[in-house]
Design a protein around this ligand. Structure first.
Ligand SMILES: O=C[C@H](O)COP(=O)(O)O
Length: 256
């Protein structure tokens, strides 16, 4: 982790969860309440749950986020949800550019950047996701992909308050595979350097998350890497005990 940066543990429920999942949120909140208050905790629920989740999380340390937003705030876009709508429901964050949306909906870096700008305009923090595919990694293109996606997906108006960057190698998502510690360290150092070169000291405090098969068994090792300021967790955020086993790695590292 990076000294002086408050870490963020974020769960992404993806397309999972109906009203009964609020019991999971409550169990996570109860577990987090027993840990030192030295890191932030976020659950990005399906849009249909954001309002109820935000109400359920009100008196807890859990913050609520969405998983996507439109580039505009109102208009004739059947089925879409705007950042303003998420904020109105109680969301504080929204994920943009997750690799599943880039793949399923052909989202480009430019579109992701415009979504991030819409999120910022609504007062949300945008979690901008980037990461190489397995084929790109095999071709030695990891840093080139990360450089391009960072440059094109992160808006010029980014600050540590309104943007979080999540490095999620596509091949590590939901597979049980993770990059080596050396590889994660190289990418996160690279991201920090790129952001510093572009934004100067303004962005020194921007949180850089790692995502991709994070679980209790590897959380301490992955979160202990320099410039890894938290995690974006998919599968292991769906069960309270799995998520809390990751959360338990945070206090010692955040306080170190
Ligand atoms: O947004 C979360 C990532 O896609 C990671 O998912 P995962 O923890 O199931 O690998």
């Amino acid at each position: 982790m990076t000294p002086a940066i408050r870490p963020l543990l974020a769960g992404n429920w993806k397309m999972n969860g109906t009203a009964s999942a609020l019991a999971t949120l409550e169990a996570i909140a109860a577990g987090i309440a027993h840990l030192p208050d030295v890191f932030d905790t976020l659950l990005c629920t399906p849009a249909t749950l954001v309002h109820r989740a935000a109400s359920a999380a009100k008196a807890t340390r859990i913050q609520i986020g969405g998983q996507d937003c439109h580039t505009g705030q109102v208009g004739a876009h059947t089925g879409d949800v705007s950042a303003d709508m998420l904020a109105d429901c109680g969301a504080r964050f929204v994920i943009v550019g997750h690799s599943e949306r880039r793949a399923d909906h052909a989202e480009t870096d430019d579109l992701v950047c415009r979504k991030a700008r819409a999120a910022i305009a609504s007062g949300l923090t945008a979690i901008v996701c980037i990461g190489e595919t397995g084929a790109e990694k095999a071709q030695g293109k990891t840093l080139a992909v990360v450089e391009r996606q960072l440059l094109k997906s992160v808006p010029d108006s980014a600050t540590p308050r309104n943007v979080v960057v999540a490095y999620e190698p596509v091949w590590a998502i939901g597979t049980g595979l993770t990059p080596t510690v050396k590889d994660v360290a190289e990418v996160h150092r690279f991201m920090r350097d790129q952001l510093s070169a572009r934004f100067g000291s303004e962005c020194a405090g921007m949180r850089l998350l790692y995502g991709g098969s994070v679980k209790g068994a590897n959380a301490h090792e992955l979160m202990g890497i320099d410039h890894v300021d938290g995690a974006l967790v998919g599968g292991a955020s769906l069960k309270a005990e799995d998520f809390l086993s990751i959360a338990r790695a945070f206090p010692a590292l955040a306080e170190a």
